[in-house]
Design a protein around this ligand. Structure first.
Ligand code: NDP
Length: 303
């Protein structure tokens, strides 16, 4: 059972033995899922995907483009022996590009440049006077996305230190980075939302940041204690925040983060931003479908 949207990108490349059924909306997906062995069940709302997946009693393999798998009932899938593969890596490039965009926007205050142009005013001085060159960034979560951010920052002359759970490849471990926060101009968050990372950046971490340093969050809103962030921004204890993600999402119209000083929002657009991303999702599905039929291991299996 497969999304019609993906048909032009995958149909010709799937194994000939697969009997494909294409769905266009939630109802058609739901009507077909009970008999399916394989499903790429993504709808544009995670809760729909979850509901559809739950009815796939025979599913042997379920594929999702999402990197985070909080939308799925993992216990149910395990009980049924359904293998779940996720989309880690599919949207890493546009997310990493948004992180760099956020840093450039912060250094040049490009948000204010756009507002000034919108008002048809000619400024007397640039609103942002910083350079990325010779600054230092701490990237907490140095996996697929974190490393891509680092690669993109190297040509800008930004010195990067990474943090991982394991401390591999010269990165700092979760108990090492806090004492070093004050050394960095950028605190970039690219770690998953887990029990350990929930509210990992709180009042103490924000207070320890270098004056003028910016927080760049492209991970998940709940990795940062939101009231502590609002307080730090209001008191101008940090330079500012570029927030692709917030808690909650969408932000209600009267939420204080909308009007917090020195805050730039990108409304969780980073991971949804490119056509190439959808092509990568299609490539991954085709690769896994061929592996599945041939009895080979699948890529991106969620353990
Ligand atoms: P990866 O699994 O490739 O990388 C995660 C990294 O975080 C790893 O280096 C891991 O360490 C590290 N990590 C895990 N726990 C901790 C911890 N307690 N402290 C410090 N580091 C930790 O995932 P991705 O890079 O693909 O994605 C990261 C997250 O970004 C996703 O989980 C998702 O929440 C978010 N995301 C946001 C998107 C958006 O639209 N804004 C889109 C896609 C993802 P180790 O290497 O040792 O395991």
């Amino acid at each position: 059972v497969l999304p019609m949207l993906a048909r032009p990108l995958i149909e010709a490349r799937l194994p000939a033995t697969l009997d494909c059924h294409w769905f266009t909306d939630r109802d058609t997906a739901q009507a077909m899922i009970a008999d399916a062995d394989i499903a790429w069940a993504d709808m544009n709302r995670p809760q729909w995907t979850r509901a559809i997946a739950a009815e796939g009693a025979r599913l042997k393999w379920l594929s999702t483009v999402y990197a985070g798998i909080d939308a799925f009932d993992i216990d149910l899938l395990r009980q049924r022996g359904t293998v779940l593969t996720n989309g880690i890596g599919i949207n890493a490039i546009p997310v990493a590009e948004y992180a760099v965009l956020g840093m450039l926007a912060a250094a040049k205050r490009f948000d204010q440049v756009v507002r000034t142009a919108d008002a048809r005013e000619w400024p007397t001085a640039p609103p942002g006077t910083s350079e990325l060159h010779e600054t230092r960034a701490l990237i907490v979560g140095f996996g697929t996305i974190g490393r891509m951010i680092a690669e993109r920052l190297a040509p800008f002359g930004v010195a990067v230190t990474g943090v991982t759970r394991s401390g591999r490849d010269g990165t700092l471990t979760p108990d090492q980075w806090r004492t070093r926060i004050g050394e960095f101009d950028w605190l970039i968050l690219a770690a998953p939302s887990t029990r350990e990372t929930h509210a990992m950046i709180g009042a103490a971490e924000l207070a320890a940041m270098k004056p003028g340093a910016w927080l760049i969050n492209i991970a998940r809103g709940d990795v940062v204690d939101q009231p502590a962030l609002i307080a730090a921004l209001a008191a101008r204890r940090i330079g500012g925040a570029f927030l692709d993600v917030t808690d909650p999402e969408p932000l209600p119209g009267d939420h204080p983060l909308w009007t917090a000083p020195n805050t730039i929002h990108s409304m969780h657009l980073s991971g949804r931003s490119t056509r190439r991303m959808f092509e990568r999702a299609a490539d991954l599905f085709v690769e896994n479908a061929n592996a599945f039929v041939a009895g080979r291991p699948l890529r991106n299996v969620v353990d």
